[in-house]
Structures are given as C-alpha cells and as structure tokens.
Design a protein around this ligand. Structure first.
Ligand code: GCU
Length: 671
C-alpha cells in the first residue's frame, strides 16, 4: 500500500517540498518496481504528485502493459555495484531511470528527480551513480521532554517548542514528525537524535521505561530512511539501574548496559545508537572512576555492537571551571589534549563527534585540529544549525560557506583551488556530519523562514561535502520558491549569500569570538565572559587584543596542527587575518595583511556590517510583491530586530575599543 504523504496542518510551511515542486513528476507516467516500506513511501509521493497534476503511476507488475513510461523507479536488490543508499540515474529514449539496490537509494533517487524538475525529463542524460560521501548524516535535537526551568524546552532552540515532545511526553499526533522526516530525506539526512545531550532526569528514562515513546518517533521517521538515536546519561546505571557505580570497567555496569540496550532493540529493531556528552559541562563521565573516554565509549559500543548500533561520543570535553587569572589553561587545547592520545583505542562502532572548531560554534574559528589528528578513529564533524552564536534565527546568517570551508579544509595542507593538490580534506577524513538542529514546532520550522536554508544546506553538504554551497543555495531557492521570477531568485541570493560574513563583521572581530551576553548568548557584551570560568577570553587592554596561542610564547595550541598549519598559525606574519586574534595578541596599531590596522579594521567592519544589514533589509522589502505575505512579514519583522541588534553590536564594540585604545576612527565617524 502506498504510504500517504504527510498532511501539514493549516499554516505549516511546506519548506522545500511545496506541492508545486512536484509538478514535473506529477504530470508524467511513472512505473515503480520493487517492494518494501520505503518503496511504499516512494509510491505515495508519486501518487500524490500525480493526483495533483494529472500524471499516472503504476507498480510492476501492474495494469500498465503497453504504456510507455517517462520515469522508471526500480529497486534491484542484490545489485552488487550499489550500496544501500546509492542510486543510478540516467535518461534515454524518452525515459528517465532511477535504479537502486537498497530502498533508501530509491527514495534518494526520487528526491533527486524532484530536484532536477523539468530537466529530469528532457534530452538524454548519461547514467550517473550518486552516492553519499558521508555514511552518517545526522541531526541532533537538543530537545528536552519536559520544559527545563532555565533552558526551556529546546536548549538553544529558536523555533518554538519541540517537534517530538509536548506536555512531558512524546506527541500523540506524529504527522508533523513524519513531515519532518520527509523534508530531511529530501536533503539527505539519515539519522536523528531526539533528545538533548544534557540528559536531565525525566529524559534519562527514555532509555528504559519510556522507550515506547522513542519507538513511536522511530516509527514515524523510518519510512523516510531515518534511524533514531537517543542521548543517554553516562550515569544511567546509577540513576536508572540502582547501582552505586557507573564505572565502565565494572562487570555489573557493563551487564546493565547490555541488558538495557537489548531492550531498546526489542522496541526499535533498527535503533541507531547512543549520543553521549560525558565529563562535559557537568555531565557525568568516566573520569569519576579514573577511566579514559575510550573506556567509556567502548563500554557502550560493546552493548550496541550485537545489534548493529553505534555510540556517538562527543569530544566537547574541557574545564568549564577555569580561573580566568590562569593564562596557561587554554580551552581551545582541550579536545585535542583529551582525545588524540586515545587514537586507535576506540571500538569500530564508536564515533568521536568533534565540534568543527576548538571552542564552541563561534562565527569564526579555526578548524579543530582533532579532525586531522586521529587517523585510527571514526570521526564525525559537529556543526550547529541552531544559531546560538550567529543571531539565534532572528538574524539572517546562512552558514553554508562556513561549513563548506570546514569540510574542504586540508589538515595536512594544500588548497582545494585549481592546480595545487593537497592532503585529504576534513570531508574525506570524517565519516559523518552532525548538525544541531534548528527546528521546532514553529509554522516555518526554523523561526526565521530563511534559516530553512541552513537546514537544507547541511543535509546536502553531508551528502557531498565538496559541493559548492552556492549551488546548494540555488537548489534550496528553486525548490522552496518554484517558478520564482528572476528578481526573486536574485533577491534571495543577495540577502543570503554574504550573510555569514556580514554577521561576522558586526560581531566579534578577527576570530576572537564570544563578546556575547552571558547565559543566553544573544547580543553584545564585550566583557560578558572576560572574568568568567568558561575559558573564553579576549584579553583586550589599552594596547591590544587577542589570545596568544603560539607555541613560542603562548598556550601552544598552534602546535596541535600538522604542518603547514602549525607554522602558518604560529606567526602573525602568516596567520590569516580572519583568525589573527584567535592565535595572537596584537597591538591595535598592527597592520593586517589587508593593509589596515587592527583598530581601523574593527571600526570599518562594524560600520560595514550594519550597512550591509540595511541593504539586505531594503532588498527584502523590494520583494514584497513576490513572496507570500506571511513569510514576507515574518522576515521583514526579523530584519528590524537584526538591524537594531547589529547597531547595538557596532556601537558597543566600537565604543569599547575606542575607549580602551584611545585611537580615533581614521574616517572621523562618531563612535
Ligand atoms: C554550548 C551550548 C550548550 C550545549 C553545549 C554542548 O556550550 O551553550 O547549551 O549544551 O554547547 O554542545 O554540549
């Protein structure tokens, strides 16, 4: 039986799957070959499109003898040349063919056809194999089941409540979750973790007596090829099992995990595995027992292995109770110092999940040196679609270019540009890309309607880490705004494409990071974290600003990179401008490679950043006749807030540095 396409409640935005995006498919004759749950999903999609637009869909064997088809979607199980998620697409003699050996491959092939639009059905198309570069393409939801008194329901969530949880339990109506799974499959995501990495008491129980709620979510996501994962607390044997220890080498603890995990699989046979934040920001972990993080991860890996599951062990481990007076401790060093010595010790079904930068999702950070230093460990890169430090989905900040830079970074040097070959990229080295989701129960899914572009881009980059992000932006625009006139396409491109750099311009300069208001992290507070225990300092004084992370005179962080980066970052003469204050403490008068002094750069970029927001706001206003009123109004309203906030950033940052340095703006602007 074809699976019906999820029905969106009144007012919920179809995002990048509006019915009109299915018009080319829905006007054609399609034959589907094969059987299985995801084939029913595919059939449901095609049938829905055909019902809308007058096409025809048959199943083989079916009543279609003598019909000539425009599209054949065929499952050929056992085809040795294709993995489960791969497909071949080609077109000859007026017929487009998608062949896959696994059901997921067929589903991805269908969405490929949707993306191609009319192009899928014109001319000839050489048969081309499509395969995801990364096997793991995952979203982590920082959703609490119960509303947390400080963090709310979704920690760092800017899109309303949770899609999964309501009133302290899994939602009864999971139609929206099905629709979410559909959107995710259409951009290539294949795994979702449904609860916060900070596992509070209520949420801990999802693992045991509340597993049926997780199973219901897994049932809703399964038809879209998405495996469900759960964040668990390392202390579960104590808080749930009544043991007095969670020591990973204690036999009773290991048995407890083995039993609990077997029960999880009894409820969810294709369960993906666990996500663990251990010894991090107050979460329990193996250090309490004098054990290593490999011991901790491997214990869970052993419990999951018989069932085909994976443990995602997060590398976000650092001292969050640092003394700000102590200049020798450097939070940026922490992940490398903790984990690189353990390379080769992690089990095959353990994945070390590493934040893309060494700090915490700042607008500009160097790529984490861990990603190039653990060849004997399965790695996943973690990025943050939820815009905790990048405007909290009130500001437009399309992060595609930043994520792309991370994935194309070559830890052993070389550039991705023409001519120069280089070592492997982060995208080659990692087996997974994980994004902290930016989605909630908001009608636009992501609070800011344009933040949908981040979610879409992250999925597509996980499929193809070396893709040009601007091409992915074009894809998102074409799907979300089918048949958009060129002025709309150009306008959308204009407001999104440079928005990350615009945000960078009016916030913390030259890679120094933070300067946000403590706690909620929205808006400027230059010294907000300067005298705090969190390890995020800028050290501005009357002479200069920045953190000396060189090996020669600083914390030694720069030496965690292989050559050439260790050398590039070591000296201010070679360090890229945009990371200069991350790696070095510089005088305000230092002349950047751009030819400007540090202080003038700060002034100029802050004025420019605000001017760019003003311009984007105007561009958006000019699109009013081309965008549906609800979406236009929501974005317009957020531009007002973005502009207010950008001005506040500009004025606080510029005033602060004028007062510290006493250096006037070369252009005589009022600061
Ligand atoms: C950041 C964020 C926290 C989150 C943490 C993490 O520090 O502010 O809310 O829990 O990252 O990634 O675990």
């Amino acid at each position: 039986m074809p699976l019906p396409v999820p029905v969106l409640a009144e007012g919920v935005d179809p995002a990048w799957l509006p019915p009109a995006a299915f018009r080319p498919l829905g006007t054609r004759r399609t034959l589907i070959r094969g059987s299985g749950l995801l084939v029913e999903t595919v059939h449901g999609e095609v049938a829905d499109a055909c019902a809308r637009f007058g096409g025809r869909v048959d199943r083989d064997p079916g009543p279609g003898a003598g019909v000539s088809y425009d599209l054949v979607l065929e499952l050929e199980p056992g085809r040795g040349d294709l993995g489960d998620e791969e497909f071949v697409c080609g077109r000859e003699n007026g017929c487009t063919t998608v062949s896959a050996s696994g059901q997921s491959g067929l589903l991805y092939g269908l969405f490929h056809v949707v993306r191609l639009g009319e192009d899928a059905f014109s001319g000839d198309r050489a048969r081309e194999v499509h395969r995801p570069a990364l096997a793991l393409r995952m979203l982590d939801h920082w959703d609490n089941v119960a509303v947390h008194p400080v963090m709310g329901q979704v920690e760092r969530g800017y899109s309303g409540g949770s899609l999964f949880w309501e009133d302290g339990r899994a939602r009864g109506d999971l139609e929206r979750v099905r629709a979410y799974g559909r959107l995710l499959a259409a951009c290539g995501i294949n795994a979702v973790a449904v609860n916060n990495v900070n596992v509070h008491r209520t949420e801990a129980r999802l693992l045991t007596d509340r597993i049926s709620e997780v199973a219901a979510l897994a049932d809703a996501l399964r038809p879209y090829g998405i495996r469900t994962h759960l964040s668990v607390t390392f202390a579960a044997p104590i808080v749930l099992g009544g043991l007095e220890t969670a020591d990973p080498l204690d036999a009773r603890v290991r048995e407890w995990w083995a039993r609990a995990t077997a029960e999880v699989y009894a409820a969810i046979p294709d369960f993906g595995g666990y996500v663990v934040k251990a010894d991090s920001e107050g979460q329990p972990g193996p250090f309490a027992y004098g054990r290593s993080h490999a011991d901790g991860a491997n214990m869970l890996a052993a419990a999951l292995a018989p069932h085909g599951g994976t443990v995602h062990w997060r590398a976000f481990v650092y001292n969050h109770r640092q003394d700000w007076r102590d200049r020798t401790t450097d939070r940026a060093r922490a992940a490398y110092d903790h984990f690189v010595p353990l390379d080769g010790e992690f089990a095959d079904n353990a994945v070390l999940q590493v934040k893309h930068g060494p700090m915490d999702f700042q607008v500009r950070e160097p790529v984490s040196p861990v990603l190039g230093a653990m060849p004997g460990t399965r790695l996943a890169v973690e990025v943050q679609a939820t815009q905790e430090y990048t405007g909290q989905q009130r500001h437009v900040c399309w992060l595609g270019p930043m994520w792309s830079e991370v994935l194309r970074f070559r830890p052993e040097g070389g550039t991705s540009g023409a001519g120069r070959a280089g070592g492997a990229t982060v995208g080659d080295l990692a087996g997974g890309l994980v994004a902290v989701s930016n989605v909630g129960d908001d009608p636009f899914w992501t609070g800011h309607p344009l933040a949908q572009a981040n979610l879409y881009t992250v999925g597509r980059l996980a499929w193809q880490p070396d893709a040009d992000p601007h091409r992915l932006l074009d894809e998102w625009i074409a799907l979300t705004f089918p048949a958009a006139p060129p002025r709309l396409v150009a306008g959308l491109h204009k407001v999104l494409k440079g928005s990350w750099r615009t945000y960078e311009k009016y916030t913390a300069p030259l890679g120094v990071g933070f300067m946000v208001q403590p706690g909620h992290h929205y808006g400027p507070s230059v010294d907000g974290y300067e005298y705090s225990p969190w390890g995020t300092y800028h050290f501005a004084d009357r002479d200069g600003i920045g953190v000396d992370r060189s090996a020669a005179t600083g914390t030694g962080y720069a030496a965690q990179y292989a050559k050439p980066w260790s050398e590039v970052y070591e000296s201010p003469d070679t360090c890229p401008d945009e990371l200069l204050l991350f790696f070095h403490h510089m005088s305000y008068g230092h002349i950047l490679r751009s030819g400007k002094t540090v202080i003038q750069h700060i002034y100029d970029t802050h004025f420019e950043g605000v001017a760019e927001v003003e311009e984007a706001r105007e561009t958006w206003a000019s699109l009013v006749d081309l965008v549906d009123p609800a979406r236009h109004a929501r974005v317009a309203e957020r531009y007002e807030e973005q502009l207010r906030s950008a001005r506040e950033w500009r004025d606080q940052v510029n005033s602060y540095f004028f007062r510290k340095s006493g250096v006037a703006d070369a252009h005589g602007r009022r600061i």
